[in-house]
Design a protein. Sequence first.
Length: 94
Amino acid sequence: MPDDLLDKRSGHTQSVSRALSLLTKLSEEPEGLNLSELARRVKLAPSTAHRLLTTLQLDQYVRFEDGRWLIGVQCFNVGFFYLRAPGGCFMERL
Protein backbone atom coordinates (compact mmCIF):
# COMPACT_ATOMS: atom_id res chain seq x y z
CA MET A 1 0.00 0.00 0.00
CA PRO A 2 1.47 3.42 -0.93
CA ASP A 3 2.55 5.54 2.06
CA ASP A 4 0.28 8.44 1.11
CA LEU A 5 -2.76 6.13 1.04
CA LEU A 6 -1.77 4.64 4.40
CA ASP A 7 -1.41 8.16 5.84
CA LYS A 8 -4.88 9.10 4.58
CA ARG A 9 -6.42 5.92 5.96
CA SER A 10 -4.74 6.45 9.33
CA GLY A 11 -5.96 10.04 9.37
CA HIS A 12 -9.54 8.95 8.87
CA THR A 13 -9.24 6.32 11.56
CA GLN A 14 -7.75 8.88 13.91
CA SER A 15 -10.61 11.29 13.23
CA VAL A 16 -13.21 8.63 13.98
CA SER A 17 -11.39 7.62 17.15
CA ARG A 18 -11.20 11.23 18.29
CA ALA A 19 -14.88 11.83 17.54
CA LEU A 20 -15.83 8.72 19.50
CA SER A 21 -13.72 9.85 22.45
CA LEU A 22 -15.68 13.13 22.46
CA LEU A 23 -18.97 11.24 22.43
CA THR A 24 -17.81 8.93 25.20
CA LYS A 25 -16.72 11.82 27.40
CA LEU A 26 -19.99 13.69 26.79
CA SER A 27 -21.96 10.56 27.68
CA GLU A 28 -20.35 10.71 31.14
CA GLU A 29 -21.46 14.31 31.70
CA PRO A 30 -25.26 14.80 31.76
CA GLU A 31 -24.81 18.56 32.19
CA GLY A 32 -22.46 18.72 29.20
CA LEU A 33 -19.08 20.41 28.97
CA ASN A 34 -17.75 23.62 27.49
CA LEU A 35 -15.31 23.31 24.62
CA SER A 36 -12.10 23.97 26.53
CA GLU A 37 -12.93 21.50 29.31
CA LEU A 38 -14.03 18.81 26.87
CA ALA A 39 -10.93 19.26 24.72
CA ARG A 40 -8.71 19.10 27.82
CA ARG A 41 -10.34 15.90 29.08
CA VAL A 42 -9.87 14.08 25.78
CA LYS A 43 -6.44 15.60 25.19
CA LEU A 44 -7.27 17.39 21.95
CA ALA A 45 -6.56 20.91 20.81
CA PRO A 46 -9.73 23.01 21.18
CA SER A 47 -9.70 23.73 17.43
CA THR A 48 -9.63 20.00 16.64
CA ALA A 49 -12.37 19.26 19.16
CA HIS A 50 -14.50 22.07 17.75
CA ARG A 51 -14.10 20.84 14.17
CA LEU A 52 -15.15 17.33 15.17
CA LEU A 53 -18.03 18.54 17.34
CA THR A 54 -19.48 20.74 14.61
CA THR A 55 -19.33 17.77 12.23
CA LEU A 56 -21.12 15.58 14.80
CA GLN A 57 -23.64 18.36 15.36
CA LEU A 58 -24.65 18.35 11.69
CA ASP A 59 -26.02 14.83 12.14
CA GLN A 60 -27.37 15.48 15.65
CA TYR A 61 -24.89 13.27 17.49
CA VAL A 62 -24.14 16.26 19.72
CA ARG A 63 -25.89 19.53 20.44
CA PHE A 64 -24.70 22.90 21.69
CA GLU A 65 -26.79 24.68 24.32
CA ASP A 66 -25.93 27.56 26.63
CA GLY A 67 -22.21 27.31 25.92
CA ARG A 68 -22.04 23.57 26.59
CA TRP A 69 -21.76 20.53 24.34
CA LEU A 70 -24.14 17.66 25.09
CA ILE A 71 -25.01 14.25 23.66
CA GLY A 72 -27.52 14.53 20.81
CA VAL A 73 -30.61 12.59 19.88
CA GLN A 74 -28.84 10.53 17.23
CA CYS A 75 -26.79 8.79 19.94
CA PHE A 76 -30.06 7.70 21.53
CA ASN A 77 -31.26 6.40 18.17
CA VAL A 78 -28.12 4.32 17.69
CA GLY A 79 -28.49 2.84 21.17
CA PHE A 80 -32.17 2.17 20.65
CA PHE A 81 -31.57 0.31 17.39
CA TYR A 82 -28.77 -1.67 19.02
CA LEU A 83 -31.20 -2.84 21.69
CA ARG A 84 -33.76 -3.81 19.05
CA ALA A 85 -31.27 -5.78 16.94
CA PRO A 86 -31.30 -9.58 17.28
CA GLY A 87 -28.90 -10.44 20.07
CA GLY A 88 -28.40 -6.76 20.87
CA CYS A 89 -30.53 -6.58 23.97
CA PHE A 90 -28.85 -8.08 26.97
CA MET A 91 -32.27 -8.79 28.52
CA GLU A 92 -33.05 -11.26 25.69
CA ARG A 93 -29.94 -13.22 26.60
CA LEU A 94 -30.87 -13.62 30.28
